[in-house]
Structure formats: structure tokens, C-alpha cells
Design a protein around this ligand. Structure first.
Ligand code: 0X9
Ligand code: ZN
Length: 424
């Protein structure tokens, strides 16, 4: 048995390795813009071919983290040198670092209890969908699971609807949340799964479980997520090929039809921030649009779950302008951030709360949070960027999943209770 397992592991790992080969010879830099002029230069680095901005620099003193492929190293360094922006190589060999982490993740998966959803390893799409279906069977009065759509690679995108009273009470607020639109942000679906657990299997806050109907899509981009497990660890987009077969995929968070393509987006299919051939070209974005539209009068809050950087962000991210209820968004956001910080492990990054374009220091149009507010009419719309970890930030070690999802739940409770009080 061990031999078979070892062989399987070897085969799986060899497969993964082959597909991360594009990282060969690449480097990871931190870049520290100190002035407005520096910021413009750093923002322009995005356009160098193959450059992958893992974390954008922020005016609040956070440095950028950028992966630069071998062929772009000279251009990248010469731009920075000629403009005297401070930078440093923090990873000389990202390929081997990431491969080592993939090995660790696989080991953690081997230790999980089969058939149970795990918070000590990352769950795969099939496991997530069976968990939802199991809950629907076990808790038929509280839980309904619906398939909202099927992806280009034939995977079902499911929503779990959690309600204490059948789900048809017109006066009850709904909170809609999705995770994993960006494939590589593995902690996001894990966090959504923990929310589901706390609202169905392990209810310790019955006010929140009973006074809100929760619509949660724990994995909205299953094709991309699976691809990041089996092939390219840092895959971000969907896997659709309508625009290009050599460069598949659309950035779901640039594909929503609100100020589409107006900022922070690319019209090139090979870019990681490709907005798609048309707005809502992707099934992954249409399912969310349709879910919110179908329940418009009752959806009181929307939460997009991403990673990384410990941010709690409100619209509008397409240009940094503030919606009319910015004071409410901000003060609730600060309370959410504080609640998470209070439960966080010592030494972890404090949450930064703000308008997304301002806090992240880049505008980006076509994102779900802006659409939910601007078109969907949801007045409390947020993007949660969970903490980073691992070498790339997206690969938070499995040993930290538990802590992160628990502390984050503390913040989500604050949001939920605000919604309950407001509706009362
Ligand atoms: O750029 C994004 O899509 C999000 N950050 S991530 O690192 N997870 O990719 C932030 C989206 C913030 N919201 C808007 N720009 N509207
Ligand atoms: Zn994201």
C-alpha cells in the first residue's frame, strides 16, 4: 500500500513539477515606492511581459511583491535602476521554493480524514461539492444546495442556501458570499467552508444562523482552482478558451459589467488581468450576477473572499470614488477588521480597511464588489483579502488554515449582526 501511495505521490508531483517549469530562472522582488513618481513607475511594471504582481505596494507603507520571469529580468531591473526606486530580490529560485511547498501541501492532504472536509489541508473541488451535498442530505430543513451553472471543463458551480425557516421569508435579510474566483487563493474557499460549518454543523452563534439567510458559493471558479492544484500553482483566472487556446482564462474579477475595462484590466488574453472578450463572458461571473439579481430586494450584504494581504475593502475600486454610504461602510469595516485583529495570532498583519483602489493603491474595474453595489444595489459590499503566508503569499501553509478561518469568523459575525440590527 505504501509503495502504491508513494508511486501515486511521485506521479502527481512529477506532473505538477512539469507544469511549473515556467518559473525556471525567475526571481521574486520586493519594490518600495517612496514617492508619487515611484508609484507610477511601479504601477507600470505590470506591463512587462509575464510579470506577476503578487502584492501591490500601498501608500500605507506596504511594499510590492513581484514575480519576474527569466526573460523579463533585464528589462525589469533596468526600469527600476534608471528611476532609482528601491528594490530587492527576496527569492532567487521561486520554482524550487514553490515545489517544496506543493510537497508539504500534498503531505498534509495525505494525513486528512477521508470523507471529511478538512481545515488542516486544502480540499479539492469534488470534496467541496460532496460536502455540500452531504449537508443537504443531513440537514434537509436548514440547507438547500443548487447547481448554478456548469463550467467549460464540466464542473458544477454550487451554492449552499442556509436558512432556519425555509428560505422564503420576504423580510429576512440575505448575505451572499463567494470565494475562489481567483484560483490560486486557496485559503478563500477554505474560509467559506468554515462559515458553512459554523452556520450548519457547529452553530455557536444561533442569532447569526437564524436571523439571516446565507447564500454561499464556496468555490466559484472550480476549473481554475483544480488547475492550480494539478498544473500551475499560481493560476489566477478561469479556464475558458473562447478568446485564445494558447492563453486560456479570464480574470473573473475584471469580467463584471460595471465600468468594465475602465481601469486595471487588460484586453490581452495572455494577461493575468484579462477582462474577457465581453462583460459576463464567463459562467463563473454570470452565476453570481443571476443569484443577486434574483434576490435583489433581500440581499443586504455581499462579501467576496480573496487573498492576500489582510485587507477589508469597500467600493468603488474602479476609480477610488466613494459611494454615498461610505461612512457606514467604513465604520462597519473598521469594526470587522478590529474583531479579526483581536482574535489573530500575535505578530500577524493588522487589517487595513478602506476604499479598495485607495488601500491597494491600484484601481481595477469589473470586479464583483463594485458590480454588487453599483448594479446589484447591495449597499454593504466588501472584498475580504485574507492573510498571506508561504513564499508566494497565496500558499498559506495548511497548518495555518484553522487559525485564519477562526479569526476571520469573528469579523464575519460583526458584519452579520450589523445586518440583523439594521433589518430589525
Ligand atoms: O485585484 C483584485 O481583483 C483583488 N485583489 S487580488 O489580489 N485578490 O486579486 C482586489 C479587488 C478589489 N476591488 C475592486 N478593485 N473593485
Ligand atoms: Zn483575488
Amino acid at each position: 500500500m505504501m509503495k502504491v501511495l508513494a508511486l501515486l505521490f511521485f506521479v502527481a508531483f512529477a506532473f505538477v513539477q512539469a507544469n511549473n517549469d515556467y518559473l525556471e530562472g525567475s526571481k521574486v522582488y520586493t519594490v518600495r515606492p517612496m514617492t508619487k513618481k515611484d508609484q507610477l513607475i511601479v504601477a507600470g511594471l505590470d506591463n512587462i511581459p509575464g510579470v506577476d504582481v503578487w502584492q501591490h505596494a500601498s501608500i500605507f507603507g506596504r511594499e510590492a511583491r513581484i514575480l519576474v520571469p527569466k526573460d523579463s529580468l533585464t528589462t525589469f531591473e533596468s526600469v527600476l535602476r534608471s528611476s532609482s526606486v528601491q528594490y530587492e530580490v527576496i527569492m532567487e529560485d521561486p520554482k524550487s521554493v514553490i515545489e517544496e511547498e506543493i510537497k508539504q501541501q500534498e503531505l498534509a492532504r495525505m494525513k486528512r480524514v477521508p470523507g471529511r472536509i478538512s481545515f488542516t489541508s486544502y480540499n479539492r473541488h469534488a470534496e467541496i461539492n460532496s460536502y455540500l451535498d452531504d449537508l443537504a442530505r443531513q440537514y434537509p430543513t436548514r440547507v438547500k444546495v443548487e447547481t448554478l451553472g456548469r463550467t467549460v471543463n464540466g464542473r458544477d458551480i454550487k451554492v449552499i442556501k442556509i436558512s432556519s425557516d425555509g428560505g422564503n421569508n420576504p423580510n429576512k435579510p440575505i448575505i451572499v458570499s463567494d470565494a475562489g474566483i481567483h484560483a490560486r487563493e486557496w485559503i478563500a474557499p477554505a474560509n467559506a467552508l468554515y462559515m458553512i460549518r459554523k452556520l450548519v454543523e457547529d452553530i455557536t452563534e444561533s442569532d447569526v444562523a437564524n436571523n439571516i439567510d446565507w447564500f454561499i458559493i464556496p468555490l466559484i471558479n472550480p476549473d481554475g482552482y483544480e488547475y492550480s492544484h494539478t498544473n500551475t500553482r499560481l493560476w489566477r483566472k478561469t479556464r475558458s478558451t473562447a478568446s485564445s487556446t494558447t492563453c486560456p482564462g479570464v480574470d473573473g474579477n475584471r469580467n463584471f459589467d460595471f465600468k468594465w475595462m475602465q481601469s486595471g484590466s487588460s484586453s490581452s488574453p495572455c494577461s493575468d488581468i484579462f477582462a474577457g472578450p465581453t462583460p459576463f463572458s464567463e459562467i463563473e461571473t454570470r452565476v453570481l450576477r443571476d443569484l443577486i439579481n434574483a434576490n435583489k430586494a433581500r440581499v443586504k450584504a455581499y462579501l467576496a473572499i480573496h487573498s492576500y494581504g489582510s485587507y477589508f475593502l469597500y467600493p468603488y475600486g474602479y476609480d477610488g470614488s466613494n459611494p454615498s454610504n461610505v461612512a457606514e461602510l467604513r465604520s462597519l469595516g473598521v469594526q470587522v477588521g478590529n474583531a479579526i485583529d483581536a482574535l489573530a495570532a500575535s505578530g500577524s498583519t493588522k487589517y487595513l480597511v478602506g476604499n479598495s483602489a485607495v488601500a491597494l493603491n491600484y484601481a481595477a474595474a469589473g470586479a464583483s464588489d463594485d458590480w454588487a453595489m453599483g448594479v446589484g444595489g447591495v449597499s454593504l459590499s466588501y472584498t475580504l483579502e485574507l492573510p498571506g503566508g508561504g513564499s508566494a503569499g497565496f500558499d498559506l501553509p495548511p497548518s495555518r488554515i484553522n487559525q485564519v478561518v477562526r479569526e476571520t469568523w469573528g469579523g464575519i459575525l460583526v458584519l452579520a449582526r450589523y445586518v440583523i440590527n439594521k433589518a430589525a
